[in-house]
Design a protein around this ligand. Structure first.
Ligand code: HEC
Ligand code: HEC
Length: 264
């Protein structure tokens, strides 16, 4: 009866291999857009999953997928501080299968797939794109619609997204930012640029612009206060003018109409 242990073992091996393959499709569907087709991640922006020792812990992977993750973490000596949204659409079984699949990805394989070095960006072009002075080639919204950057543009821009003044410092410098911008990890931005991706040159230019901004001396906040004051006064003037016009155009009352008839 020498061979009897062999069958269950082979079954187990086959099963785990099957399980690993089972995770490939949901990985491609739910994770690859951010973590890369081979789990290589984006240096400085999105951690790699291939060759990441923490991925050996299946329960951890499932927890991150179901609950999301934010805050600083380190993988193979590179620090990351991003936001992964919770993905409730991934079932626990799928998350387990994905975890199995990830264990099988080796880091070396992923390195071969790492993105090619970025073309150097033109910060002046980046600034124009950021402000919307130059339209994005694929028709995406200008960054200023949602973001602020110290001292750029009237009132500094929108407040939906983060202030990007020090984004370059936090997100892996020019290369990290350029990669991130071509594949934004933030749900709102993903939606905004879905089907309207930034070109490689645009992403590089914007990254170069943000690096430049991060190196400038931050402006005192009193400057913003001054701008708010001016904006407030302008708004007030517009409102007063509007009211005056409304008053001129108001429907005349019956007695007023009779009076003007009598005056004729
Ligand atoms: C919207 C982009 C995005 C998607 C989609 C996404 N992730 Fe993430 N993931 C991130 C970011 C960003 C981080 C880093 C979070 C941080 O810095 O705290 C991260 C971190 C992780 C970590 C922790 C790594 C570590 O070293 O601690 C795991 C595990 C992980 N993701 C697995 C997955 C899996 C599995 C999927 C698919 C089911 C997935 N992620 C989908 C962006 C994403
Ligand atoms: C529709 C609104 C919107 C537009 C347009 C937009 N973003 Fe964002 N962006 C966001 C949101 C929301 C976040 C999520 C991070 C946060 O603000 O909390 C974000 C995050 C970022 C981050 C990471 C910030 C950080 O420090 O973690 C960068 C960098 C960034 N955006 C750059 C850009 C650039 C460059 C453009 C123009 C090409 C742009 N965004 C256009 C909404 C937008």
């Amino acid at each position: 009866m020498k061979g009897t242990w062999f069958f269950p073992l082979a079954l187990l091996l086959g099963l785990s291999l099957a399980l690993a393959q089972e995770g490939k499709a949901p990985y491609g569907q739910y994770c690859a857009s951010c973590h890369g087709s081979e789990g290589q991640g984006i240096p400085g922006a999105i951690p790699p999953l291939a060759g990441n020792p923490k991925v050996e812990d299946e329960a951890y992977v499932v927890k991150v997928v179901r609950q999301g993750l934010s805050g600083p973490l380190e993988v193979n000596g590179v620090t990351y501080n991003g936001i992964m949204p919770p993905l409730p659409q991934v079932s626990e079984a799928e998350a387990r299968a994905i975890a199995q699949y990830l264990k099988g990805l080796s880091g070396t394989q992923a390195e071969a797939q790492a993105p090619a070095p970025q073309v150097p960006g033109d910060p002046a072009l980046g600034r124009a794109l950021y402000l919307g002075q130059k339209a994005l080639q694929n028709g995406g919204a200008p960054c200023q619609a949602c973001h602020t950057v110290a001292g750029v543009g009237f009132l500094g821009g929108g407040s939906m997204g983060k202030d990007l003044t020090d984004a370059a410092k936090r997100l892996g410098g020019e290369a990290g930012l350029a990669a991130l911008l071509q594949n934004p990890a933030f749900p709102v931005m993903r939606e905004a640029y879905k089907g309207r991706p930034l070109t490689e040159a645009e992403a590089a230019a914007l990254a170069a612009f943000l690096v430049q901004v991060s190196q400038e001396v931050p402006r005192p906040s009193s400057l913003y206060l001054g701008r708010f004051l001016v904006a407030g006064l302008v708004l007030l003037a517009i409102l007063l003018l509007y009211q005056a016009i409304l008053w001129q155009l108001r429907p005349k009352s019956l007695s007023e109409r009779i009076q003007s008839q009598l005056r004729r």
